[in-house]
Design a protein around this ligand. Sequence first.
Ligand code: COA
Length: 260
Amino acid sequence: MTAPLRTVPLRTATPDDHEALALLSAQAFTVSPAPFDPARRPYLVDDARRLVADADGRVVAHAAAWRFGQWFGGGRLSCAGVAGVAVAPEHRGSGLGTAIVTELLRTVRAQGDVVASLYPLNHRFYRSLGFGLSSVRRRDRIPTRELARTQPPGGRRDPGVTIRPTTLDDVPGIEQVLIRRARRGNGLLDHEPRHAARFAGIASASTYAWVAVDAVGTVRGYLLLSARDAGRPGRVVLGVRGRPGRRRCGDRGRAVAPGR
Ligand SMILES: CC(C)(COP(=O)(O)OP(=O)(O)OC[C@H]1O[C@@H](n2cnc3c(N)ncnc32)[C@H](O)[C@@H]1OP(=O)(O)O)[C@@H](O)C(=O)NCCC(=O)NCCS
């Protein structure tokens, strides 16, 4: 390395980078480096909102921004959901992480975003970039036998509400559920349609999704359930997202920084 990495030019990503980015990300977030398959793992973030840095003839840093709305006092602000920030291990500690996130914030600001949010794995790094902690993500662990005892509000299921597996046609309705919920709180996010699509039409050996639809066909809630091996034979952890009833299933935490 001859020049300090903070001087390495940054560029927007192209589809040709996706395979290298999958590996960089697997290394940074210690997930299994499954063979890259663009059909199975579509890159949902626009490349115009994805920056990379090259050094030694390869991609060594990445940062991307989802396009979200973030709601405060019933109003929606354009928000960058900063994600996938990663620097190759041998290039860390040279200012490259700071440089790429700073440039990403400039880029999304020019595209109209006025706030940025993220889930920090690393508080010190993001604090140095101006982010602060605004809320926490809550996870409840509930034994499945307790779920079996759960009663609908009022003790019986509303006969006007149908619960059925989702289809991709439910995406607009699911988006509206997210927006209705977000409107009632501060800092909650809505999702661009491609992101909301993750909540619908998903069926695999380990993921199931349902919607609750009222008598006039309005989607009132959704539930996404994914099962993962808990590391012990016969034990599976079910992850639930959504708000099918009145009770909140989980809060999302995020840090907010003023747009730069
Ligand atoms: C986090 C990461 C992107 C930082 O990249 P980097 O190029 O090393 O960061 P910088 O050199 O610009 O460091 C900026 C500041 O953050 C601090 N920092 C960086 N990584 C840190 C870490 N793992 N723990 C604590 N502080 C860290 C640095 O010390 C520096 O602060 P200082 O100037 O006060 O010393 C990189 O370590 C990485 O890819 N980690 C694995 C993936 C990850 O955690 N991504 C963030 C996910 S939310």
